[in-house]
Write a protein that binds this ligand. Structure first.
Ligand code: FEO
Length: 411
């Protein structure tokens, strides 16, 4: 149901739309409280600036809000902080309706903009950190905030209103038409859930964005989803600071953390894991831990993987493949920053032992650092000499984790 444009700051309005019924977003996120696609409109004495648009299926409501505030001829600029379709769906139609509008996007978004509009004839300009738009009493500084959570994502700051347009950063999938954080219900679960699923894989980029934001005094944060943060915005900034530094805080000791996950049917892979663990533990500067994949929750896997500098996966082979809990562990990697982590695999098998090769191939395709050690596969029960091999494998892997130079094929 269309609603009236809502003022969020001096001459700045919310023209976004509500999607109360959505229950799954981007396939992987559950949205018990629905969501919103936030967009904004800024009036100035020299023309109108539109800030982001909405999902295509809601564009009628979006245009209704625009028309309540201005004529299309007045629109001088359309700032697109993020070109994912939930925010750019109405852009092709907006370009048609607003003949004087110039689209402002990051350089990384240009090919996507052309693909989105299927046109080479778009009036656009690229923007990046420190570029400014000054129009009719509003001064906007653009901030490049890549990988939050696409390569092209941007934020911007309106100086006169101390307002941060943050993009998906600080967003929540949480529909509440009362809109402002001091009016809506308790959305803290949705705020953290959004961080965990969207921002957590890019924690180092979160830290860079927070550094950029530090240059400004912020009174109001207007994200692309969920409540607008006008009461104590620094509470949300501080939460991001804490979450994005969590890994470093947990380590503290300066030692490398090596996690050994295993799944075992007849304790053979478990015995291998134990000997590898003993080998790892013999290397100074490395702390090893073991986890049985048969009894571990996904959230705990994510947390353990996140704080690990390296990890090993022990898997039996069943019907020429690794069993589901092993693949579940690998699927957790999409929720964390995995660059630079060292990884490997091992396992006992009965017939053919393909599981270890499958897992190694997957680790490589995920661009993890897979040391070129001989694949550690043992038929059925490990003998004493094979357990010694496992011990040596653990020593070697831990030394590589510790900085021993080896050539690692990252392709
Ligand atoms: Fe809300 Fe990344 O789109």
């Amino acid at each position: 149901m269309p609603h009236h444009p809502i003022t969020i700051a001096n001459d700045i309005y919310f023209i976004g739309v509500f999607d109360p019924d959505i229950r799954t977003f981007d396939i992987v996120m559950r949205t018990a409280n629905g969501s919103s696609y936030n967009a904004y409109l800024m009036k100035t004495t020299e023309g109108v600036i539109i800030v982001d648009t909405v999902k295509k299926e809601f564009q009628d409501d979006f245009f209704h809000h625009v028309e309540a505030l201005c004529s299309y001829d007045e629109i001088k600029y359309v700032i697109i902080h993020h070109i994912e379709p939930d925010h750019s769906g109405a852009l092709p139609e907006l370009i048609q309706r607003a003949p004087n509008a110039k689209v402002l996007i990051s350089p990384q978004a240009t090919t996507m903009l052309k693909a989105l509009t299927n046109s080479e004839e778009i009036n656009f300009e690229t923007i990046w950190t420190n570029k400014q738009l000054v129009l009719g009493g509003k001064t906007i500084t653009f901030l490049t905030t890549p990988y939050l959570h696409w390569p092209e994502t941007m934020s911007s700051y309106v100086h006169e209103d101390k307002l941060l347009f943050s993009g998906d950063v600080f967003g929540s999938h949480y529909y509440d038409k009362r809109l402002f954080n001091n009016k809506v219900g308790d959305f803290s679960y949705a705020f953290q859930y959004y961080y965990d699923h969207i921002m957590r894989p890019f924690q180092s980029y979160v830290r860079s964005a927070l550094k950029l934001y530090e240059r400004f005094e912020i009174e109001l944060i207007a994200p692309l989803h969920g409540p607008i943060l006008r009461e104590n915005p620094y509470q949300y900034i501080d939460a991001y600071k804490q979450w994005s530094h969590k890994v470093e805080n947990n380590k503290g000791s300066g030692k490398k953390i090596l996690s050994i996950f295993y799944l075992t049917s007849y304790k053979n892979t478990q015995e291998m894991a134990q000997s590898i663990f003993d080998g790892c533990e013999s290397v100074e500067g490395v702390v090893a831990n073991m986890y049985d994949l048969a009894s571990i929750e996904a959230q705990n896997m994510i947390a353990i993987l996140e704080e690990s500098d390296g990890f090993l996966i022990g898997t039996p082979t069943i019907n020429a493949d690794a069993p589901k809990p092993v693949w579940d562990l690998l699927s957790c990697l999409m929720f964390l920053e995995k660059q630079g982590k060292c990884a490997g695999a091992f396992g006992s098998y009965g017939w053919s032992g393909e599981a270890v090769d499958h897992i190694l191939a997957r680790l490589k395709s995920l661009k993890l650092r897979v040391p070129p050690l001989t694949p550690l596969k043992i038929k059925l029960i490990p003998s004493q000499s094979e357990l010694e091999e496992c011990y040596q494998f653990g020593v070697e892997f831990a030394e590589i984790l510790n900085g021993k130079l080896v050539e690692i094929d990252l392709a």
